[in-house]
Design a protein around this ligand. Structure first.
Ligand code: DGY
Length: 325
């Protein structure tokens, strides 16, 4: 849709400076100078007064918020690839287009999944906590033994962009063996290059030393990892989650680590962020990061520019490059 005036774009959070500069140059951009998250009423107000809203995973655009009346916004340009915080059915009904930022954060999120694997299997968080607590007694041969990552069997659940980037690192960087469960199978050439074996998801849990999750959050994936699937894993098994918290039954995971069903976990995402399930916080063998998958200057700038490009396309009446169906 062409605009006579500069469209009003409300930006719900602070963004890297080059992105904010680009937004200010192109739009009547309303920035969030002190980065205070908007509550439901703040989001409704943004939808009432703006032509478009650049929002993020911390903004719950649920049916109630999107029911705002009067509604002015025609586009939600989401800063991020996951969009489960936006009620797509209501957005569609209210003629609000939604875009996301695929591709630009793939490598950094995959790097973080590998970092979590290393942290969990080599017990690096525990080691750092010991040293900082002044409890390190010096080097000795049996001090703080972890296990080797190289050569282990990795199970990937969800072979989208990020799953594939993790697979490449694991196979080519660490000589890991690869099984996977995915709705869309790997293209033949890629499967051959990675020596990747497709399997039923339960078998992936049963046959992997480490399982790494790379599925979106939706009705089908909620608690995909529950007590039963965790019991399929070997006792030395490790679960890695850089996808979304609600894919895992967190209470069941905490119980499985606590009682030795599996050895540990590496988590970057939680069902009720920023709250972390207290039972997980109590476990030494669980590595907990604060949703840092795409937290690099490079990714966050690219994500912002991608959201910006979608806004520009929309304001010029062009097809949206990253329209979410
Ligand atoms: C994503 O892009 O989905 C990240 O988790 C941040 O929202």
């Amino acid at each position: 849709m062409k605009h006579e005036h500069r469209p009003i774009v409300t930006v719900t959070r602070r963004l890297p400076a080059p992105v904010e500069r680009a937004l200010l140059a192109q739009f009547d951009a309303r920035l969030n100078a002190d980065d205070t998250p908007l509550d439901a009423e703040g989001l409704r107000e943004a939808l009432r007064v703006s032509d478009a809203v650049l929002c993020a995973v911390s903004d719950r655009m649920d049916a109630e918020v999107l029911a705002v009346d009067p509604l002015r916004a025609q586009l939600l340009a989401n800063f991020g690839v996951g969009f489960e915080h936006i009620d797509l059915a209501t957005a569609r009904r209210r003629n609000i287009a939604v875009t996301n930022t695929p591709g630009v954060l793939t490598d950094d999120t995959a790097d973080l999944a590998i970092a979590l694997m290393l942290m969990a299997i080599r017990r690096l968080g525990e080691g750092e906590r010991e040293l900082r607590a002044g409890a390190w007694r010096g080097w000795y041969p049996t001090h703080h033994l972890g296990r080797r990552l190289s050569g282990k069997a990795l199970g990937i659940v969800g072979m989208g962009r990020i799953g594939r980037a993790v697979a490449r690192r694991a196979v080519h960087g660490f000589g890991m063996r690869l099984h996977y469960a995915s709705r869309t199978p790997l293209p033949a050439g890629e499967a051959a290059a990675l020596d990747a074996v497709p399997m039923d998801i339960d078998r992936v849990f049963a046959e992997s030393d480490i399982v790494s999750l790379h599925v979106p959050s939706n009705e089908e994936t909620r608690h995909l990892v529950d007590a039963r699937r965790l019991r399929l894993m070997p006792p030395h098994g490790i679960l890695i989650n850089t996808a979304r918290g609600d894919v895992v039954d967190e209470a069941a995971l905490a119980e499985a680590v606590r009682d030795g069903t599996i050895a540990g976990a590496g988590l970057d995402v939680y069902a009720d962020e920023p709250r972390v399930h207290p039972a997980l916080l109590a476990l030494e063998h669980v590595v907990l990061l604060p949703h840092l998958g795409s937290a690099t200057v490079e990714s966050r700038t690219a994500m912002g520019m991608r959201a910006f490009e979608n806004l520009v396309a929309w304001s010029e009446g062009r097809a949206l490059p990253d329209r979410v169906p």
